[in-house]
Design a protein. Structure first.
Length: 128
């Protein structure tokens, strides 16, 4: 019997992004390592931001995004931000839920400027 395409999609979907990433995916150990390394420099990253004002995008998320850009040879921050809207693997790696908005390419530029202006150990991360 031939199947048919149902044009009426479900209104709600209940699943975890975590469940969609295979247990043996190569990014799983990388994510653990990146989370561990970034938590070790969390205090240093805190020093880059004011104590009051509007909350920023967590710098850890932007640094992890830089890893994805390098691993998947994404040509630009702008292209990465576009792909983030529909790539579950990228959302999972960055600990984004499906309802949260993506990133803006200007966030990457601002973080790079902060890292270069200060003598932060992660200041070597610069786009060429």
């Amino acid at each position: 019997m031939r199947g048919e395409v149902d044009p009426q999609s479900s209104m709600f979907h209940y699943f975890s992004v975590e469940s969609r990433i295979p247990a043996d995916h190569p990014l799983r150990p990388v994510k653990k390592l990146a989370d561990s390394a970034l938590s070790a420099i969390s205090a240093e990253l805190d020093g880059l931001y004011a104590k009051v004002g509007r909350p920023s995008i967590p710098p850890e998320r932007l640094l992890k995004a830089q890893l994805l850009i390098a691993f998947y040879s994404v040509r630009s921050d702008r292209q990465f931000c576009e792909q983030l809207d529909y790539n579950l693997l990228f959302s999972w790696f960055l600990d984004l839920d499906l309802e949260s908005g993506g990133l803006d390419q200007s966030n990457f530029s601002r973080l790079r400027e902060r890292l270069v202006e200060t003598d932060t150990g992660v200041g070597a991360i610069r786009r060429v």
